[in-house]
Design a protein around this ligand. Sequence first.
Ligand code: SF4
Ligand code: SF4
Ligand code: FES
Length: 233
Amino acid sequence: MRYLLDVFRGAPGEQPSRQVFAFETDDASATVATALTQINERTPLVDEAGNECEPIQWECSCLQRRCGACAMLIDGRPGLACDARLAECAGTTIRLDPLAKFELVRDLVVDRAPIFEGLEEAGVWLEGEVGLPTRRSSFAQEASRCLQCGCCLEVCPNFVARGPFRGASAMMAMTRLLAEAEKDERKRIAKSYRWHFYGGCGKSLACRNICPAGLDVDALASRSNAAAVWGRP
Ligand code: SF4
Ligand code: SF4
Ligand code: FES
């Protein structure tokens, strides 16, 4: 199958543009990450119009849906490049753009630091010891699968990078701690949860069904709302 990747090119202070690259494969499991990797290996790298191009800047690390680094907009929807099979895209021309909620670095790379700064600001860590596994542990385990990729933040109408509302990714980290922490520490995390998530979440559920890790944002938020707002264990 022959695909065309229509890729955003540019960096802050530059005139943005788009370039189209052809990619052929018979591998049904080939992903957007496969295509970007192989296109960047071409020498010289030439686009469909015959122009010589710089390699496409994009981020990846694990290539196994584990690190969240390759999050980008694929045909306008946030997702992971290493999880997006070309054969399952809507058509054979696939549009790639950087996530829009974060500062652009170059091409498909954005600065996702606000996600991690938000966790620090919200005090998402445990100072005390973790108790023995309890019935709350299944929530902790589920929430710990969050990649901090930012796809849920991209679709969230209330999330602004570096604002006080830290979005569903921070909720996941806090859900984990609310389930694991002992009583006194849980109080501290619950207070942070109310300020950094509960008070700012408009319950629009735009983040439902977007998570590449398959997390049930709705169910986990309900569980943590009960723990942090209504004090249910
Ligand atoms: S909840 Fe899902 S979409 Fe949001 S940051 Fe975690 S893994 Fe990504
Ligand atoms: S429910 Fe709506 S406001 Fe709340 S985190 Fe999800 S997208 Fe954002
Ligand atoms: S490279 Fe790690 S999730 Fe895609």
